[in-house]
Design a protein around this ligand. Sequence first.
Ligand code: GLU
Ligand code: ZN
Length: 505
Amino acid sequence: MKKVRVRFAPSPTGFMHVGNARTALFNYLFARHNKGDFILRIEDTDLERHNEDAVKAIFETLNWLTLDYDEVYRQSKRFDIYKKYVDYLLEKGLAYECYCTKEELEKMREEQLKRGEPPRYTGKCRNLTPEEKERLRKEGRKPVIRFKVPENEIIAWDDLVKGHLEFNSSNIGGDFVIVRSNGIPVYNFVVVVDDHLMNITHVIRGEDHISNTPKQILLYKAFGWEIPKFAHLPIILGKDRSKLSKRHGSTSVEEFRKKGYLPESLINFLALLGWYPNEELYKKLASKKEHVEIFTKEELIELFDLKDVNPAPAVFDTTKLDFINEYFIRKLDLDTLYKHLLEFVKVRKDIDIKEENNRLLIKYKNEIYETDKDTFFKAIELTRNYYTTLEDVFVYLKELLKDEYEIDENALKFLRENEDSLKVINAFYEKIKNLEEVLSKEIFKKLVKEIQKELKVKGKRLYMPLRIALTGKMQGLELDALVEFLGKDRVLKRLENFLRKVENA
Ligand code: GLU
Ligand code: ZN
C-alpha cells in the first residue's frame, strides 16, 4: 500500500471560512489516522489578488487550530515547473493557443444560448496556422492556452463520499483554458501538476469542486498519470438550510477565535459537520463517554474514516458550538485555560492581561482589575460553569474583583419596598465584624440562620438584601460561594461601601 498523502490547498483570502477549515481538518484527520502525510499548499498564483498578510493568516489559523503539517509549498514559487508541463501538452498537440477576444467569446455564448444549447468553447482556434497566429499577434492579441477536450468520453470516478459520479466530456464547456493571456496557469491545471508531483493519494475537498474534477481527470489522462482518489465533502448550510453566508453570523475561524472559542471546541464542532462515527464504533464509545458529541482531537484521529462522512448537506448550528465550548471550558485544567486566555487576549484590542511577579493587571473594555494569580484562578473556578466563551471570564470578573459598584435601579426599588432589608444587612455586618473564624460557606449559612431566627425574616426577604448589599444586583453567583471567595475583610469593605451609599442617598 502506498503511503497516504493528502493536501490542504487554500487560496489566500485574508480569513479562513469554516468550510475551508473543515476541509483542512478532514484532510488532517485522514492523514493522521492513516499515518500518512498532511501537506499544506498555498494556492497563491493569483498574484494580484492576495497579499502576504492573507498568506500569514493561513499559517496563523492552522497553527491556532493545532493542525500541524508535514510539508508546505507555495504555487507562486512553482511557475517554472508549470511551464514545463504546459509546453509538453503544446508539443504533443494536446493543447493550443486561442486568440479569441472577450467580445468574440461573448458572441459565441449568446448564439449558443439563443439556439438553446449549453455554452461551450467551439474549438474555433484549434487549427490556426502559424501565419494566422502571427497575424493575430500583430493585432496585439495575447493568446490563452486551451486544453483539447475529447468528444463524448465518459469521465467517471468512485467518489469516497459521494459515490459513483460521471460526466460526459462533451458537457463540460468545451476546450478549457489552462493558461491565461497574462501567462499565469489556472487552478485546474496547476492542481493536477502539483497533486501528481507531490504524490497526493487522496484529494479531499469541498463538493463545490465536483465540476472541476472531470477536467482534472482529463489532464491526468493526457499526461498518462495515475489518478488519485477523490472525496468531495458535503456543502455546509445555515440553520435555515440556505447556503452559509454572512447573514448567518460569523463564518470565519478568526471570528470565532476573537469571540473566545477554544481551538479544541472548533475542531470538535467542525468534525461533526458531515461526519459521525459509525454505529459499531459509536457503541464502543458510548459506554465510555460522558457526552456523545464531545471528541478530543486524539479521539477524532483514532475514529476518523471517510466512509463515515455523510454526503448530505451539513447544517451549521452554532448552538452546538456553544455547548461544546462550554464543555471544554469547564473541563480544561486551569493552567491550560490560562494559556488559552493569554492567546485570546492577543487577538482582542479591548482585553489585556499583564503579568508581573504574580500580580495581574487585567483590562476589560473600560474596566481595570488588579489582582494576584491565585485570586484570579479562584475567580475562574467559581464562575467557569457560567461561561460560554473566554470573554465571559472577564464579564464575571467584575462581580468578584471590584468592591465598588453601583446599585441597580430594581435593587433600589426592592430595598424601598422591603423595609426590614437594612436591618438584615446591619445584623449581617455586625456578625461578620465580630467573626473570629475564617469566613466559609458553612459559616455564612450559619450566620444567615441566626439572622433568620433573630429578625424573623426568611426567603427572599432575607437573602436578597444581602445579595444587593454585596453586589448591587438582584442576581448573580451563589452567595455562599461569593462570600467565601471574598473573605471577611472584603465582605466588610463591601458592606461599609454599601451602607455609606445608602446613608447618602
Ligand atoms: N485553492 C482551491 C480552493 O481553495 C483548492 C481546491 C482543491 O482542493 O483542489 O478551493
Ligand atoms: Zn479561440
